[in-house]
Write a protein that binds this ligand. Structure first.
Ligand code: HEM
Length: 393
């Protein structure tokens, strides 16, 4: 059988590609040819994916990784930047993770809740004042997480527009290398300046807390700040946009999310599982020969985890191709697994648990202002979602 090539096109906006489903039904792991000609693996089975992501002999370092998409990740390929700990291995990763966990405290997350409610209500007020139709991505899905992450880091709101522009460029697979290098440069320069200001005038925010700890130098702090900004901003925004699209096209599920508060927490987990917006990875590379479920991944070979397929594995989630907000959805891998499992997952959950019901209750007649087929999907982006979501009420 010939090797799989990547990415695989979807047939329907809310389902993984049929080819990925067929592959999973046949086996958990498949030979895949990478953009640089490397012959590695595509992983579609739940338990194999979990085993790889938890295994200490797999690396996420840029230096050893093979890009699954032509041109993608090349700018990060040569070297993992200081502080960008998502691409570091233990023990370097452990050091950062400990410092960051100390900052993502229950107290700080709790303190953000009323701010998230205020930010959400302000977006809804603006929508009501403007009147429909509006693009829900610009009016709601993007500003909420963007403002929340700025609040967490202590980035002034007035600086956010340039950030949104730059992070969009960075996660767009179509962005030319020079453009993304320029966007990266602008973001890093901005953060470096912000850290300097925080050293002089500390506040009750995460960057000030890290500075106070005294363990990280300015270059590392800039890398950490940049990682949090990119990782926390477009991800949650796309869950809010795509999640609303999924609810609008599944009216019984929408009614449950709007009318039954007991559904909300689990409903958010189910939307995370069903939609799996991190759809082109993660990727790990074996540092030694490793056997996974009877197959040997040789040292130097990369494995791309197809998360959307993994989260539909019928052995773990029977009937998982259906969106059912009442299904036990815990154990999904939308936040990854193992040492790199999402650091911001509680914050993302809080944002979604507040934002979806608030939107649906404020506008009980919310509906698409175009046909579902006319909504442009982000197949071309590393984080899946909708480019725009025209709605009215
Ligand atoms: C619904 C929203 C989100 C989704 C679906 C998501 C998904 C993920 C996934 C899949 C990973 C693992 C990547 C890998 O293994 O290579 C990850 C890691 C990470 N996420 Fe999130 N994320 C979300 C929101 C956030 C937020 C709000 C923040 C920050 C405030 C954040 C910060 C991070 C960080 C720092 C890492 C790296 C952790 C490490 O390497 O130890 N994420 N996320």
């Amino acid at each position: 059988m010939s090797d799989v090539t990547f990415p695989i096109a979807r047939q329907r906006p809310l389902d993984p590609p049929d080819e990925a489903t067929e592959l999973r039904q046949r086996a958990a792991m498949h030979r895949m040819t990478y953009a640089d000609g490397h012959r590695g693996w595509l992983v579609t089975g739940y338990s194999a994916a979990r085993a790889i992501l938890a295994h200490p002999h797999f690396s996420n370092r840029a230096e050893v990784s093979h890009p699954p998409i032509p041109g993608r990740f090349e700018r990060l390929r040569t070297k993992t930047p200081p502080g960008f700990f998502i691409r570091a291995d233990a023990p370097e990763h452990t050091r950062y993770r400990k410092l960051l966990t100390g900052q993502f405290t229950v107290r700080r997350m709790k303190a953000l809740e009323p701010r998230i409610e205020e930010i959400t209500n302000a977006c809804l007020d603006d929508m009501a004042a403007a009147g429909g139709p509006v693009d829900l991505v610009q009016a709601f899905a993007l500003p909420i997480p963007s403002l929340v992450i700025c609040e967490l880091l202590g980035v002034p709101y007035a600086d956010r527009e340039q950030f949104q522009e730059d992070t969009k460029l960075l996660v767009n697979l179509e962005t030319k290398a020079e453009e993304s290098i320029a966007a990266l440069g602008r973001s890093m320069a901005y953060l470096a300046g912000l850290i300097k200001r925080k050293r002089e005038e500390p506040a009750d925010d995460l960057l000030s807390g890290l500075i106070e700890g005294g363990e990280l130098d300015d270059e590392e702090l800039t890398g950490v700040g940049f990682l949090l900004l990119v990782a926390g901003h477009e991800t949650t925004a796309n869950m809010l946009g795509l999640g609303t699209y999924a609810l609008l096209t599944n009216p019984d599920q929408l009614a449950a999310m709007r009318d039954d508060p007991s559904v909300v927490d689990n409903g958010v987990e189910e939307l995370l599982r069903y939609l799996t917006i991190v759809h082109l990875g993660p990727v790990r590379t074996a540092l030694e020969d490793v056997e996974i479920e009877g197959t040997t991944i040789r040292a130097g070979e990369s494995a791309t985890i197809h998360l959307p397929s993994v989260n539909r594995d019928a052995e773990r989630f029977p009937g998982g191709d259906r969106l059912d907000l009442a299904r036990p959805a815990t154990g999904h891998m939308s936040f990854g697994h193992g040492i790199h499992q999402c650091l911001g997952q509680q914050l993302a959950r809080t944002e979604m648990r507040i934002a979806y019901p608030a939107l649906l209750r404020r506008f009980p007649g919310l509906r698409l202002a175009v046909t579902p087929e006319e909504v442009p999907m982000r197949s071309d982006m590393s984080i899946y979602g909708v480019h725009r979501l025209p709605v009215t009420w």
